[in-house]
Design a protein around this ligand. Structure first.
Ligand code: ZN
Length: 160
């Protein structure tokens, strides 16, 4: 297996990035499979309609960079611009949206930010656990979907 070599700083940022994807996916009710320091295996509900799927996919995609930004990361792993533009053009076809790319991306970004801010504790806990796994047990930093759900459920209980 290929060893994924990263500095400590990069590991931390990657875990924050992946936690953003995982939290957004969880909120939308997507299934989370394995989570690694470099990517997270997610899949949508079977009965999701194509337009909702395209929108949620864009928000989940943007939630990675959004998570880094919200954590005050100074150097981002960056946005996959081609993938984002692809998702936007798909959304245009499905919804008939006419707004410029930046307006559509901005709206999806705002939704990603909102979701992450509302689940800040869970996001930080998932990122911390992924990092811990990466350093102690699994070189790729693996968490299972069940473990992620447990962490989120623990952190999402609020008293008020
Ligand atoms: Zn990502």
């Amino acid at each position: 297996m290929h060893m994924y070599s990263l500095t400590e700083d990069e590991e931390k940022i990657r875990s924050i990035h992946e936690a953003g994807h995982a939290i957004a996916a969880w909120i939308f009710g997507w299934r989370i499979g394995e989570m690694y320091i470099a990517d997270t295996d997610i899949s949508p509900p079977a009965d999701i309609n194509p337009a909702l799927f395209a929108w949620q996919r864009l928000v989940i995609e943007l939630a990675g960079p959004a998570s880094e930004r919200l954590s005050g990361s100074s150097h981002s792993t960056g946005i996959d611009r081609a993938r984002i533009i692809g998702a936007v053009s798909e959304l245009r076809d499905l919804y008939g949206w006419l707004q410029p790319d930046n307006v559509i991306i901005g709206r999806a970004e705002a939704e990603a930010d909102q979701l992450l801010i509302e689940h800040d504790g869970a996001r930080n806990a998932v990122a911390a656990e992924l990092l811990r796994q990466r350093r102690n047990q699994c070189s790729l930093g693996c968490l299972t979907g069940d473990e992620i759900r447990d962490i989120i459920a623990r952190e999402s209980i609020t008293i008020g």
